[in-house]
Design a protein around this ligand. Structure first.
Ligand code: G6P
Length: 594
């Protein structure tokens, strides 16, 4: 996760770039750099360390010029060194590039460019970009054409900004699978990894789509299709945020922001059919399939197990990562291990992966954070592309993991397209649910009623059993209320003894074949004084309270929809009990120790 920021206008570039980078520092902070054009010279300054430290040393805010690009790095290809820090430049030092993403075919391209005489200084994948631009610029004498030719050659993901010394009035930018937005100011323009980075100056934004290239000048922005090279009309959107709100995009906490983001984030798993099919091939050749994960990611693995059994009649051996050592002798060269992790840095998951690799098993990573250790260790990575998840409690990463794993299960039985359709349908339902303010109000009212309870139970069957487990985890993590999830039929084997007057029990009840049985289980609880909160498409007399979700028409992706009301209730429980939902006590976003 790197951050990039560019500026063209009348202000002093150094100060603006520094400010922008500081807002993006959450995306990476092992090294940084800037490039400006000052007095017709391209000037590059970069170093290792945090932005403030480097600024103290190098006084970046005093750097002149009226145009510049900058980068805060979170190392992926190549160690944390000054040389590997961005910007990277062409051989003749007339082209400078900052890049976020990973160029997957960089080794091949580096070889080709080296053969043409280009000399590389760094170990990064990025450095091929300025060299390739140099090559095309020599031929075309046109910076836009050079960028358009270059993006055609790149595989992987990129958001990059380019300064051409010969064109001190423009920043060339390109985007594919990594975030990049353009801020349109009055006589000035900004380009950044996210909107808050430039919101102090403008709220007029052009959102670049995949494979778009743009020429950004102080008096206008031209956008081109990266494949056809044709000019495109793009809307300038006025973002209705003020600077303060934008830090959390207008929400009081990242948790609610990230819950709401699920309206869009789910579909960002699309666009990686090739890798999904590669994963399917690996799984088809496996004698045994293991899934390792921790916390919420483990629950995603459990849902995947139900899907594989349901759709393909194939079992997945889903193991909590910290328990994997006790199962490791089952893993051999014919095994495939699916490691699910938002951060890609959870120590127990990495340990399980390393152990599996020692045994010559193949590893597929299902991961959010690009460039994470897990991604580097795995034979194949499937990205959930949920975007940065800042709240410690996982919400949108869970539903994106489910989206991806659901597609994988469908692809496994040759039904990837059908899977995509079902996912798109589910995303519409999620959007419909979250856009209805009554639903938020209902979750809030429910939290008000639950906030002084000591225990909350959750029941579900089949896929909804896992929703009950994940729902209980959400409630515990943020509200510190004891919550437990059960398979509907299991509560009566012991825990029913705890049910007394007024004990709340959330019954997750989609309209599928589990419906009647789960309603019976709810009856058993109600008969002992329990209060039943139904989450369903349809009300029932057993429910004392009811959150209605949109009609799901038997769509197997329903665990995505059904968890969302519980995420909301958990959030409001934390707020009403006076806790910070973003940073629950004792918990960390990524647990890098065993
Ligand atoms: C921590 C986080 C959880 C997360 C778990 C696994 O415990 O607090 O929210 O589910 O780690 O993290 P991972 O990054 O591997 O998905």
């Amino acid at each position: 996760m790197c951050g990039i920021f560019g500026y063209v206008g009348n202000r002093k570039a150094g100060k603006i770039l520094l400010e922008g980078l500081k807002r993006l520092e959450y995306r990476g902070y092992d090294s940084m750099g800037i490039a400006v054009i000052e007095n017709d010279e391209l000037r590059v300054i970069k170093d290792v360390g945090k932005i403030d430290e480097i600024n103290k040393k190098l006084h970046l805010e005093n750097v002149g010029g009226r145009i510049g690009i900058s980068h805060t790095r979170w190392a992926t290809h190549g160690g944390v060194t000054r040389i590997n820090a961005h910007p990277h430049v062409s051989c003749d030092e007339s082209i400078a590039v900052v890049h976020n993403g990973i160029i997957e075919n960089y080794q091949q391209l580096k070889k080709e460019l080296s053969e043409k005489g280009h000399a590389f200084k760094s170990q990064t994948d990025t450095e091929i970009i300025p060299h390739m631009l140099e090559e095309f610029y020599k031929k075309t004498k046109d910076p836009l054409k050079a960028v358009l030719e270059t993006v055609k050659k790149l595989k992987g993901s990129f958001a990059f900004l380019v300064l051409f010394k010969d064109y001190p009035d423009r920043i060339l930018v390109a985007r594919y699978k990594s975030p990049l937005v353009i801020g349109v100011g009055d006589g000035e323009a900004f380009v950044a990894s996210d909107v808050p980075a430039f919101l102090k100056y403008t709220n007029k934004v052009i959102f670049l789509d995949e494979m778009e290239v743009a020429v950004v000048k102080r008096d206008g922005v031209e956008v081109y299709d990266g494949i056809s090279g044709k000019r495109k009309e793009k809307e300038v959107v006025e973002v209705d945020w003020n600077l303060e709100q934008a830090e959390k995009a207008g929400y009081p906490h990242f948790m609610i922001k990230e819950i709401m983001e699920q309206k869009e984030s789910l579909l960002r798993v699309l666009g990686q059919d090739e890798n999904i099919m590669k994963a399917v091939e690996m799984l088809k050749h496996a004698n045994k399939i293991f899934v390792v994960a921790a916390g919420t990611s483990y629950h995603a693995g459990l849902v995947a197990r139900y899907w594989f059994v349901k759709l393909a009649g194939v079992d997945l051996n889903v193991i909590v990562a910290s328990e994997f050592p006790h199962f490791k002798n089952l893993v051999d060269k014919n095994s495939v291990v699916i490691a699910i992790s938002q951060s890609g840095e959870t120590a127990d998951v990495l340990e399980a992966v390393r152990e599996s690799k020692k045994r010559d098993a193949k590893v597929i990573a299902v991961v959010n954070v690009m460039g994470s250790t897990l991604m580097r260790l795995a034979d194949l990575s499937l990205l959930i592309n949920a975007g940065p998840e800042i709240c410690v409690v996982a919400t949108k990463s869970y539903t994106s993991q489910l989206s991806l794993l659901g597609l994988l299960a469908h692809a496994f039985v040759g039904k990837l397209e059908e899977g995509k359709e079902k996912l798109k349908e589910m995303q519409k339902k999620v959007k419909e649910f979250l856009e209805n303010e009554n639903n938020l109000k209902l979750a809030e009212d429910l939290a008000e009623n639950l906030k002084d309870k000591q225990h909350i139970f959750l029941i579900g069957r089949e896929l909804s059993y896992v929703t009950a487990l994940e729902g209980a985890l959400k409630i515990k993590e943020v509200s510190y209320i004891h919550a437990e999830g059960f398979a509907g039929g299991e509560l009566k084997h012991g825990t029913l003894a705890l049910i007394e007057d007024g004990i709340p029990c959330i019954a997750i009840s989609p309209l599928d074949k589990t419906r009647d049985e789960i309603l019976s289980n709810a009856m058993e609880i109600k008969a002992r004084g329990g209060k039943i909160i139904g989450i369903s498409e349809e009300n029932n007399e057993v429910f004392d309270e009811f959150i209605k979700v949109p009609k799901l028409n038997g769509n197997v992706f329903h665990p995505i929809m059904m968890i969302i009301p519980i995420q909301l209730v958990s959030y409001y429980l934390a707020v009403k009990r006076g806790y910070d939902p973003d940073k629950p006590r004792n918990l960390a976003k990524s647990v890098t120790v065993k």
